[in-house]
Ligand binder design. Structure first.
Ligand code: PQQ
Ligand code: CA
Length: 675
């Protein structure tokens, strides 16, 4: 914390509290806050990056893992680096081609690329120092299917640590540690055992065979799908304990019965695992959600705090994972301290106060009951990846919390596909009936939640219009900053939640703001760009009370800032001329294929959330051949839209086109176009 002007690490300091000690912008001066400068990005997909600021230079990462170095006072571009991620890789990621940020260490900038590389750039020139493939195609990795990187690397003791995503498709989670100078692999830690419990010659060998393997059915589907457990976002290095904490993700596939024959807790899924940065050696683990079948990742951002617990100061690790409980663990030992619901949840009756193990509601085990479970939280969690912040002034943790219920029902004909997601869940989404949508819409909520981690309860909640809001920044000016899904950039009084500032950013914000200073002038910067999984997949829910589109840019605020954004523009979408007709039976079949292969990006039931094309209004709908050239043959592959001819027959792709026409005609009749 020697350098209050900088934001040199992902969560500013190693403890990742996202608190800036700067106070020039404060509850008294906030009325003078204005846009100082902005800078457009050259991509129009989700922006989730945390900018780093070191000695007056800002390092930002954008969608497709691109990197820019800017003069942090003026926005002048110093260098740009495009790692040229092939467009077709987009389809290997569940959740947009986002990137959450770089790591800086000793004159180098480290970035994980969406296609699985870790690159080290010279911080002065942007020149590539080294590049390694973190996902080697060797036998130890089990089924190599869908590994992508969107998380920020972390640095601990001269080791760069990075994981990956992919558990919605099929992946076996692991993290790797590379020598920060040379890029040489030092160790690898797998989070899930090898299919036959054979050694990987990795740091995880002992603990996997002695502890984890017996928590899996030896004949479960995981032996083909990899089991999941991807470390796709949070990794925290704690210099006080010398440990690295890994936030481990969900099971692959989600369906626990298919995955593990309905047996065992499936370690280390949905767990926090502590390892040593020098060797990758296992130290402790804590499983938050045994038998995961709700995508209840423990990969949500973690932070380290020193807090009084029953009158005694403890060095703790806290997390508000998807499953709805706020966890406090002893950082050195992993010992369970508490887990308290931070949002409404219905999957567990409570938590064993000694062990921290949840008492799971039997009906919630949808893969075993065969019945539909209306789960709260749903798979997007009570809190997803958007970072929380802590203010030592108030003692509150500020959580971008949400409520997004979801029906879970087993797919009785589960088989593993080569393309598209592999969840083992019935993929039907919401009906198009506006009455049903309105009813479901009422359950969909978003808040800025000020959580008192000592008292174990909410201090206050700021109600937002929608879920999927941005990450949070707390500052010594007594302020909390957050961007919103609906495009507002807001500042709140950290004590009361009173809104003190609003700026219309013209596009949903999901990224977390940062604060820094150059020449004694304080700035607050945030990446703008609606995206991530919710607007891609969310369908009607993502459009509820929100017409956000993606305009990707960096906004930088300061006192007396005078810059302005160009006029807002939203595309006008109408039924394409000559869109043609459809056969109801073909459209019905097309719906099933659409939900399986297209929905994850273009939205549930063909309603897109403002980032990727809404296919109801696609100009390609009128031409069977044109549509096939894109959806079958991959004419738009360089933009991230691959062809599906290897998994869908031409007539199945034509069924999808007819389904989209049926949806366009239905919704145009409801007056849904032109929005
Ligand atoms: O299981 C995984 O491997 C994995 C990866 C990712 C990712 O890499 O972004 C997400 C998720 N899961 C996930 O469950 C999730 O809700 C999610 C949201 C986002 C996002 O960036 O908006 N990514 C991911
Ligand atoms: Ca997941």
């Amino acid at each position: 914390d020697d350098n209050p002007s900088d934001w040199p690490q992902h969560g500013r300091t190693a403890f990742e509290q996202r608190f800036s000690p700067l106070d020039q912008i404060n509850t008294r001066t906030i009325g003078r806050l204005g846009l100082a400068w902005h800078q457009d990005f050259d991509t129009s997909r989700g922006q989730e990056g945390t900018p780093l600021i070191v000695d007056g230079v800002m390092y930002v990462t954008t969608s497709w893992s691109k990197v820019e170095a800017l003069d942090a006072a003026t926005g002048r571009v110093l260098w740009r680096h495009d790692p040229a991620v092939p467009g077709g890789v987009a389809v290997r990621g569940c959740c947009d081609t986002v990137n959450r940020g770089a790591a800086y260490w000793d004159g180098r900038v480290y970035v994980g690329t969406f296609d699985g590389r870790l690159i080290a750039l010279d911080a002065k020139s942007g020149r590539l120092d080294w590049s390694v493939n973190t996902i080697p195609h060797d036998a130890t990795l089990g089924d190599i299917r869908s590994y992508t990187i969107d998380a920020a690397p972390r640095i601990a003791k001269d080791v760069v640590i990075i994981g990956n995503g992919g558990a919605e498709f099929g992946a076996r989670g692991f993290v790797s540690g590379f020598d920060a100078r040379t890029g040489r692999l030092k160790w690898r830690f797998f989070t899930v055992p090898a299919p036959g419990n054979q050694p990987d010659h990795a740091a995880s060998d002992n603990v996997l065979s002695s502890v984890a393997y017996k928590t899996w059915s030896p004949t479960g589907g995981w032996t083909h799908s990899g089991g999941g457990g991807t470390v796709w976002d949070s990794i925290v290095y704690d210099p006080v304990t010398g440990l690295v904490y890994l936030g481990v993700g969900n099971g692959a596939p989600w369906n626990y019965k298919f995955r593990s024959n309905g047996e065992g807790d499936n370690l280390f899924l949905a767990s926090i695992v502590a390892i040593r940065p020098e060797t990758g050696e296992y130290v402790w683990h804590f499983q938050e959600t045994p038998k995961d079948q709700w995508d209840f990742t423990a990969s949500q951002p973690m932070m380290v705090l020193d807090l009084p617990v029953q009158g005694r100061m403890r060095h703790v690790l806290v997390q508000a994972p998807k499953n709805g409980f706020f966890y406090t663990l002893d950082a050195r030992t992993g010992a369970f301290i508490s887990a308290i619901p931070y949002t409404f949840l219905n999957w567990a009756k409570g938590i064993d106060p000694k062990t921290g193990r949840p008492d799971i509601v039997p009906d919630a085990l949808w893969s075993l009951t065969g019945r539909t479970w209306f789960g709260i939280p749903g798979s997007l969690g009570g809190h997803n990846w958007a970072p929380m912040a802590y203010s030592p002034q108030t003692g509150y943790v500020y959580i971008p919390a949400q409520q997004l219920p979801e029906p879970f029902k087993a797919d009785d004909h589960m088989r593993l596909h080569d393309m598209g997601v592999n969840l083992g869940i019935d993929m039907s989404g919401l009906p198009a009936d506006p009455k049903v949508l309105a009813a479901v819409g009422k359950t969909v909520q978003g808040w800025l939640l000020a959580w008192d981690p000592v008292a174990g309860k909410a201090a206050f909640r700021v109600q937002h219009d929608t879920p999927w809001n941005g990450g949070v920044l707390a500052t010594a000016g007594g302020l909390v900053f957050q961007g919103l899904a609906t495009g507002g950039f807001e500042a709140y009084d950290a004590r009361t939640g009173a809104r003190l500032y609003h700026f219309d950013a013209h596009s949903g914000i999901v990224a977390p703001p940062v604060a820094y200073a150059v020449h004694n002038r304080q700035y607050v910067a945030v990446e703008v760009g609606w995206g991530g999984i919710f607007p891609l997949m969310g369908g009607a829910l993502a459009r509820m009370r929100n017409d956000s589109v993606n305009h990707s840019r960096l906004l930088v605020f300061a006192l007396d800032g005078k810059d302005r954004l160009p006029a807002d523009s939203r595309p006008v979408q109408t039924l394409a001329d000559g869109v043609g007709s459809f056969e109801p039976e073909r459209a019905r079949r097309g719906y099933v294929s659409y939900q399986h292969f297209c929905m994850a990006c273009h939205g549930d039931n063909a309603i897109a959330g403002g980032v990727l094309p809404d296919l109801r209004w696609s100009g390609a709908l009128g031409s069977p051949d044109g549509f096939y050239s894109i959806a079958g043959m991959g004419a738009l592959k360089n933009f991230g839209m691959v062809g599906f001819s290897s998994v869908l027959k031409p007539q199945e792709i034509e069924d999808i086109r007819q389904f989209l026409i049926s949806r366009a005609r239905h919704d145009a009749a409801l007056g849904e176009d032109k929005k």
